[in-house]
Design a protein around this ligand. Structure first.
Ligand SMILES: NC(=O)c1ccc[n+]([C@@H]2O[C@H](COP(=O)([O-])OP(=O)(O)OC[C@H]3O[C@@H](n4cnc5c(N)ncnc54)[C@H](O)[C@@H]3O)[C@@H](O)[C@H]2O)c1
Length: 370
């Protein structure tokens, strides 16, 4: 059975991707810091090998028996990248390049790096440059997140040779339910707004364009890239999108899909202008090369999401865990609080299984200086 290492496999994409890999008969190893806890991954934890480590410490021992690596770890949006630019660069650029270098040295056949379509950002004001962008188009990202992804793409793809086939997916904004739910992604945020406030908040008049794709389609694309002729993916970049939408149109489609489910929500449109990300991309290359076609529409995804939110009890919509930036800020603050005592509310039990107090286990791990 082929074994795949998924770095960052306990996140939003990972929790769907791992199920897809297992269903296709892959043996899976997950390396993840578990920033969002173990709970979202509980559906598959007994079927994978879990390594709770930092991707910055990546080494060959993490790759035993693996034939492929999927790297979806690190910081995954603009606010978190800007909150801690140093960590962003360390994870999204330096560690991601290192993962590829180690994989190549270890004789791994393929590696898929998670990049982003926000690399193409043209801005709402740039109507002249508002054209459909493909993998050959010029890119000049300004924000820290997209810049860090672009800085990793080049070195990773340039490692391609006869025995190593790295590739990158530039993914559009993803939507859909995941057990590690994110309500900070536009479609998911609309659904959350409708269910919690009875209105969809549309910023900047909804004028900006976004390429979008459902998370289950993303997972299928990863599997397709693992199973394709290796010559087709070697050193390649593929955009991953099911289409481009103006945010205003997207809001109307989500509103209609929710109405069909009996959920009424008004549009709450704010017209105050600020420079926001806007770009339209082509998904033709992956269709031509690998025959990949997205299957899940926004409407189908919204219907599935509403059911799954109820089934999982994810109606605590304001909980920080659903918003990467809120959660990261909270984790950083709690490190400061835990630093003094080594715990927050409940004092850890420092006795070992024999009931004796263990000297070694009493030593608190060194916390990094901030
Ligand atoms: N979600 C989207 O819309 C989207 C769009 C384009 C690209 N991407 C990219 O896809 C990938 C996955 O995105 P996601 O939405 O699942 O993000 P996520 O934040 O839900 O998951 C990231 C995972 O990486 C882990 N991680 C973070 N730092 C780590 C470290 N130092 N060591 C080990 N593990 C670490 C986290 O614990 C988490 O499980 C990311 O690289 C992201 O940039 C996502």
């Amino acid at each position: 059975m082929k074994k795949v290492l998924v770095v960052g496999g306990a996140g939003y994409v990972g929790c769907i991707l791992i199920e897809e890999l297992l269903a296709k008969g892959y043996s899976v190893k997950v390396l993840d810091r578990l920033f969002f806890g173990q709970d979202p991954a509980k559906g598959f934890l007994d079927r994978v090998e879990l390594v709770v480590e930092d991707m910055r410490e990546f080494n060959e021992s993490h790759l035993d028996d693996c034939s492929a690596v999927i790297n979806i770890g690190g910081l995954s949006n603009d606010p978190t990248a800007e909150f801690n630019p140093r960590a962003n660069e360390e994870l999204n650029t330096t560690a991601s390049i290192r993962v590829a270098e180690v994989a190549k040295r270890a004789g791994i056949e393929r590696l898929i790096f998670a990049s982003t379509c926000s690399i193409y950002d043209r801005g709402v004001g740039e109507e002249v440059r508002d054209v459909l962008l493909d993998e050959e188009s010029d890119v000049d990202p300004k924000a820290a997140y997209a810049t860090s992804k672009l800085a990793a793409e080049g070195p990773i793809l340039s490692m391609a040779d006869d025995s190593f086939a790295p590739m990158a997916f530039r993914k559009g904004t993803i939507f859909g339910f995941s057990p590690r739910m994110r309500y900070d992604l536009v479609v998911n945020a609309f659904v959350k707004d409708a269910l919690s406030k009875g209105k969809l908040s549309v910023h900047y008049g909804g004028a900006m364009w976004r390429p979008l794709i459902d998370v289950k389609d993303v997972a299928r694309a990863y599997v397709m890239a693992l199973e394709s002729d290796v010559g087709l993916i070697r050193g390649q970049i593929f955009n991953l999108t099911a289409g481009n939408f103006r945010i205003s149109e997207l809001a109307l489609r989500v509103q209609r899909a929710l109405r069909d489910l009996g959920v009424e929500a008004e549009l709450d449109v704010d017209f105050s202008y600020r420079l926001v990300r806007s770009y339209r991309v082509s998904g033709q290359k992956i269709l031509r090369t690998l025959g990949f076609e997205p299957r899940v529409s926004v409407e189908e995804s919204v219907e599935h999401m509403v059911h799954e939110i109820d089934r999982h009890g994810y109606r605590d919509f304001s909980h920080p865990r659903y918003y990467n930036i809120e959660w990261m800020k909270l984790l950083e603050e709690s490190v400061d609080i835990a630093r003094t005592h080594g715990y927050v509310l409940t004092k850890p039990d420092f006795t070992d299984a024999s009931g004796l107090s263990s000297e070694a286990s009493r030593v608190r791990p060194e916390l990094p200086a901030r």
